[in-house]
Ligand binder design. Structure first.
Ligand code: MN3
Length: 201
């Protein structure tokens, strides 16, 4: 079974009034994410060791193997973007439900402190990559960042609740070079905290 591009969970213009325009989603989902899926399927087709493996298995078996870097990058980016689309919402974007709010207060000392830590990670990721809100294996929430196509599954840091793409293709049409503004807007207007809460278990 070939890997497939998951459909967006909302219309392409649904986030436009919250700071992510239709053209961004059209290119980012329809071209960039599709390209990762297509490339990954190409690698699987050529390598019997990858056939019949789940996406998670492919990420783990290609992680930290220099000769498998192209496989890892495309598999990781497919996984990352599959989490990224539902991590945004046109309706409830920015609203933090009670159980997650309590947990953010407990583990970060407040919602503002969480946002500050997340923004620092997202802005401080040099070059392309991602910042994450992760439920660590110790049961505590934390913020992490990863370069390029890597993610908390590969690093073994825990369960990703939210992930923000900080590759320039995710914000250049809406915010030009202003990554800090993109991240702040994402946290305040786009992030789907209900989705994050549902992954707390
Ligand atoms: Mn991207």
């Amino acid at each position: 079974m070939a890997f497939e591009l998951p459909p967006l969970p909302y219309a392409k213009n649904a986030l436009a009034s919250n700071g992510m325009c239709e053209e961004t989603l059209e290119l980012h989902h329809g071209k960039h994410h599709q390209a990762y899926v297509t490339a990954l399927n190409g690698f699987v087709e050529k390598d019997p060791n990858l056939q019949g493996k789940s996406l998670e298995e492919i990420i783990k078996l290609s992680n930290n193997k220099p000769d498998m870097a192209p496989v890892f990058n495309n598999a990781g980016q497919h996984w990352n973007h599959t989490l990224f689309w539902p991590a945004m919402s046109p309706n409830s974007g920015g609203k933090i439900p009670g159980r997650l709010e309590s947990k953010l207060n407990e583990d970060f000392g407040g919602v503002d402190k969480f946002k500050e830590a997340f923004k620092t990670a997202a802005v401080g990721q040099f070059g392309s990559g991602w910042a994450w809100l992760v439920l660590g294996t110790d049961g505590k929430l934390k913020v992490t960042k990863t370069p390029n196509g890597s993610n908390p599954l590969a690093t073994g840091e825990g369960t990703a609740l939210l992930g923000i793409d900080v590759w320039e293709h995710s914000y250049y049409l809406d915010f030009r070079n202003r990554r800090p503004d993109y991240v702040q807007n994402w946290l305040d207007k786009l992030a789907n905290y209900e989705f994050a809460e549902s992954k707390l278990g």
